[in-house]
Design a protein around this ligand. Structure first.
Ligand code: MG
Length: 381
């Protein structure tokens, strides 16, 4: 049973103002579409994601799309939303998934609960859509005056994702002759499919007008929190010819002993990240009792920690590492270490600091029995 998702991002967003199509404009320093893609990829039940884009937006899209094996190549859309969805479905029809979620690019605040609930509803119904009950009183307007009330009993505001069994919604789109069709739930109903209303929440609003951008920024500033984490590690020297620190090999007349490559500074950094996330420590994620990690490149550990930040919708703000040893000299390698860490962590090098100190010949580091490392990170969740 495979579940795919289709993000519709082919519109021009003319009501939002501004130069760029709205889905490529930034909120909280990141394009809306990048946030929407991440929200869907965070859902482990989504096996494949495709994005329908405007033909003029290919370069914009390339700059926006993350690297993820579940994200397929973009699909060129049409002039109206219904046509774009149809083109998206047709492009997936060769190797069709069982279920498909259709989602608006301009709804970056969709919750994991809404995505999961829509997928879940497809077990019992051919269609399902995220929606919220209308709570405000509704009034008809006549000549600028308040006229008759509209009964809001059983009225819901439709959102996305809207989910369907793939073959059925594709058939509904093929049968549709109205390019201005409201949404996929409407087409499904026209094809005789019952569509379950799945209660979502108001945060999953569609960014449409200039005011909505301000609302989105407010929502983000409430949602974001800054966290710090710290890590500490020690490895002893053993006989050898090099040490590996922050992913850089330094020729030396000893090596560091350990189960993996004994990259003490990368271990401290990895632990600092797990600490900021409150997700345990490196030993829990990669037990030294498991033969798999023997001699392992510690980059694997750091990549996992970074993946956890991203999975929780966060970003790394900065990392500061201090290596404590008398020898080898760290200074000449510090820049290469920053570069290597930035590469592994997929962040700009300006966010990474690597520095070193001796311990004035005091203690185990002073007696050159081993190397200690401290790391502090700050992340935004
Ligand atoms: Mg270690």
């Amino acid at each position: 049973m495979t579940t795919a998702a289709l993000i519709v991002a082919a519109g021009r967003g003319s009501r939002a103002g501004g130069g760029l199509p709205k889905q490529y404009r930034q909120i909280g320093g990141e394009p809306i579409l990048a946030r929407t893609i991440r929200a869907l990829l965070t859902c482990k039940q989504v096996d494949l994601l495709r994005v329908v884009i405007h033909p003029d937006d290919k370069l914009l899209y390339e700059d926006t799309a993350p690297d993820d094996p579940r994200l397929g190549p973009p699909i060129i859309g049409g002039s109206e939303r219904a046509l774009s969805v149809k083109l998206g479905l047709e492009a997936m029809a060769e190797d069709p998934p069982n279920k498909i979620l259709v989602h608006d690019a301009a709804r970056p605040f969709v919750t994991q609960a809404a995505i999961c609930d829509v997928i879940e509803a497809l077990v019992d119904y051919p269609g399902a859509l995220a929606a919220v009950p209308v709570v405000d009183a509704l009034r008809r307007e006549e000549d600028g005056l308040c006229a008759d009330p509209i009964d809001r009993t059983r009225a819901w505001r439709a959102q996305t994702p809207q989910g369907f069994h793939f073959d059925e919604i594709l058939a509904a789109h093929r049968a549709n002759t109205d390019p201005m069709a409201a949404d996929d739930a409407e087409l499904a109903r026209a094809a005789g499919l019952s569509v379950k209303l799945v209660e979502s929440n108001a945060e999953n609003f569609k960014i449409t007008t200039p005011n909505d951008f301000a609302r989105a920024e407010r929502q983000l500033s409430v949602a974001l929190e800054t966290r710090v984490g710290q890590g500490y590690d020690v490895h002893a020297f053993a006989s050898g010819e090099k040490v590996t620190l922050c992913g850089v090999d330094i020729p030396f007349d000893k090596t560091l002993s350990g189960h993996s490559d004994a990259d003490v500074s990368m271990h401290a950094l990895t632990d600092a990240i797990f600490g900021a996330l409150a997700e345990g420590d490196i030993g829990q994620w990669f037990p030294p009792s498991e033969a798999e990690w023997k001699g392992a490149d510690s980059a694997i550990f750091l990549e996992k920690a970074m993946e956890r930040i991203r999975a929780r919708g966060g970003v790394l703000i900065n990392a500061d590492i201090t290596i404590v040893c008398e020898q080898p000299k760290i200074g000449p390698h510090a820049q290469a270490m920053r570069q290597r860490l930035a590469e592994i962590m997929m962040v700009e090098v300006g966010r990474i600091s690597v520095k070193a100190t001796t311990s004035e010949r005091l203690g185990f580091t002073g007696r050159s029995e081993g190397i200690a490392a401290n790391a502090i990170v700050s992340i935004s969740l």
